[in-house]
Design a binder for this molecule. Structure first.
Ligand SMILES: [Zn+2]
Length: 48
């Protein structure tokens, strides 16, 4: 399931593939390759 997410610290948008439903949460705490650390990422929506 490809989700579009955006790092709240650096603003980088990327796709995230997870096997569970994250549509009910606003952010997800996950590793950002640009920040090189775990950051909060805004969930922009499901990408078709
Ligand atoms: Zn970042």
């Amino acid at each position: 399931m490809p989700w579009r997410i955006r790092c709240t610290e650096c603003g980088t948008e990327r796709d995230l593939n997870v096997s569970f439903d994250i549509s009910k949460q606003r952010t997800i705490y996950i590793y950002c390759n640009v920040c090189r650390k775990n950051t909060f990422n805004e969930i922009l929506g499901y990408k078709e």
